[in-house]
Design a protein around this ligand. Sequence first.
Ligand SMILES: [Zn+2]
Length: 319
Amino acid sequence: MSEAICPACGASGFEERESIDVAGQHSRYAPGDEQAQRSLTAAALETALTYRMLACRRCGLEFSDPMKAASATWCHFCYSSLGSREMTRWDFDEVIRRIPSGKSLFEFGCGYGPFLTLCKEHGISAVGADFVEGGIAHCLAHGLKAQLLDLDEAAAPADSERVSHLAAFHVLEHLDRPGALFEHARARALPDAELWVAVPSDRRATRRYGVTDDLDQPPHHMTRWTEPAFREIGKSHGWRLTETLYEPLSLRTALWSITYYSASYRKREAAGQLKNRWMERGYRALMLPPALSRRLTSDRQLSGLSMVAHFTRGDAVEA
Ligand SMILES: [Zn+2]
């Protein structure tokens, strides 16, 4: 088995969190559709069929072993099996309102250009990059500036145009080499540039309550970030972490999550005691006061799905 090194801080001490069987994920992505499951598994053979998720003892980053992200073929099959999902836009709003109009921005993983479009509407001169050709073609056809770039493959450019702001929304957790994003960002940054990196929140309900979420596992997500992990990876690539923003959660959703993921609810559900809608509602109402109490105390940090790390350019420290 390979010697695992934390890709955020370089430490080698870790705890094993979970084992991931990719074929098992496929039976849940495409239930009942054996043809689709076989296609997904065949595509996963290009990378790996089993992974371990390790947690760094020093910075808390959880990372995959091996660090081999899904192939483009797998992503294509996976997304077509799952269909389109509603994307959260909280991170877009948080970032766009912090960038004055007239500034320049480079976005990693621009996809079909929703954030580039938002920049255009706000008078920000933006260029995007993505490794999916279809996304780039779509951006160009809609008057947006975009270029092909595979962060896991390409070296950081030596002489590219420098910008004042950089952003990457839900890109970092997909990379085999997360440091590449910070290297590339630095190569394109003006001396006082700011960088925003949005990833799944480490305070979201599934993480907090240790619930398996297939889409938050390899080969889909290779890393799970924490504030200390951001600080470490930033430090070794010349970026200083200045703040971490967490997506808020409405009281209603928070109480729902606290109840739904509680041990007593899971136990009753497994025993088939909550099949009746009224029984389920009654039980939920009964659980409301303790859920509220937890929200105000032990679970006050529970967040929505995303978090955004905000960096400013600092001096690079030798890793
Ligand atoms: Zn670490």
